[in-house]
Design a binder for this molecule. Structure first.
Ligand code: DGY
Length: 328
């Protein structure tokens, strides 16, 4: 019996390709080219599965042009690159990689928030430019993290892991806003207080965005929301580009309407809004919140397990549109 063919759309650990090759005819992309939509469609011809990352968009056009496709396995917890209703309508199972990246991503979110509050990038650039000639009483004076109010927008697994760091490690007061309120037993150990978005914006000393991207989350933080924040507050975005209006944020940072921002994700990344590159009070990183070798390997392994299970009669561990499995 011939083996299913799969496309691995971006470069990945060779060990993961080897796992996949035990089950499938694998077309890989170790050159790590970013496929245009026509090229993605062309490479998916005859493929039953695709191992994707956030850079491959699986939408109704792609699905219609690739009728043999049965599963798309994203190596990411976020899946805004998938049109899930279109996948479900086409009978294509979609999977992602939750849980394995939670703690690593929370570590990074907390580190980025701290670097932002304590002006680490700005002061490092100053030092590298040779401008450090003497000590002064208010040099790069930032704002305290310990004992301050941590605001979390999006209280899923990663949001809760950041809240734990803040509450238990740094004595922070935790306010959060989310589609749904946590159970009392989840809130209590963190002392986390569920508030409306306006209260979150006006009370947070350090606001961290961890909500998934959706059309309704587009520009959830724009000029109006930034205006509600304290002028001393910081904003950290490790969620998705597009949740923040980057142009409005650059204006707010330049005019010091908020103190500083830390951004790991950007609208239209890898392009970065040019105004963000010229304001000093922002820490910029290239979408690396989940990037430790151990976690990226765990994500790749989980994506591979999903693909293998879906195409060999097993149960994929982390389906998104799992209703398709019940139908089968
Ligand atoms: C995710 O998993 O969604 C990350 O943003 C990709 O590294």
């Amino acid at each position: 019996m011939s083996r299913p063919a799969v496309l691995v759309a971006r470069a990945v650990f060779p060990e993961v390709l080897a796992q996949l090759a035990q089950h499938f005819d694998v077309e890989s992309n170790q050159a790590d080219t970013i496929f245009s939509k026509p090229e993605l469609i062309q490479r998916l011809q005859g493929k039953a599965g695709a191992f994707t990352t956030g850079s491959e968009r699986i939408d109704a056009d792609v699905l219609a042009a690739c009728p043999q496709l049965r599963v798309v396995a994203n190596m990411a917890v976020g899946y805004n690159n998938f049109d899930i209703p279109a996948c479900t309508a086409a009978g294509v199972l979609a999977t992602n990689t939750p849980d394995v990246l939670t703690e690593t991503t929370a570590d990074f979110g907390f580190a980025l928030m701290m670097a932002t509050a304590r002006r680490m990038a700005e002061s490092e650039h100053f030092l590298r430019r040779g401008e450090w000639t003497r000590w002064s009483y208010d040099m790069f004076a930032g704002s305290d993290v310990h004992g301050s109010t941590l605001g979390i927008l999006g209280m899923g697994r990663i949001g809760q892991a950041i809240a734990r760091r803040g509450a238990l490690g740094f004595g922070m007061k935790v306010f959060y806003h989310n589609r749904s309120r946590l159970q009392t037993e989840q809130e209590a150990p963190l002392g986390a207080r569920y508030v409306d978005k306006a209260t979150l914006l006006s009370e947070a000393d350090h606001l961290v965005l961890v909500l998934p991207y959706s059309a309704s989350a587009h520009h959830a933080i724009g000029a109006a929301e930034l205006a509600q924040m304290k002028p001393t507050a910081t904003l950290t975005n490790i969620a998705r580009g597009g949740i923040v209006d980057d142009a409005a944020l650059a204006v707010a940072l330049r005019e010091r309407r908020i103190a500083a921002a830390g951004l790991d994700v950007f609208e239209g990344e890898p392009a970065v809004h040019p105004d963000l590159l010229t304001v000093p009070n922002v820490v910029l990183t290239p979408h690396i919140a989940s990037s430790t070798l151990a976690t990226r390997r765990a994500m790749a392994d989980l994506a591979a397990q999903n693909l293998i299970a879906a195409l060999t009669g097993g149960v994929p561990p982390t389906p998104i549109n799992g209703e398709l499995l019940k139908r089968a």
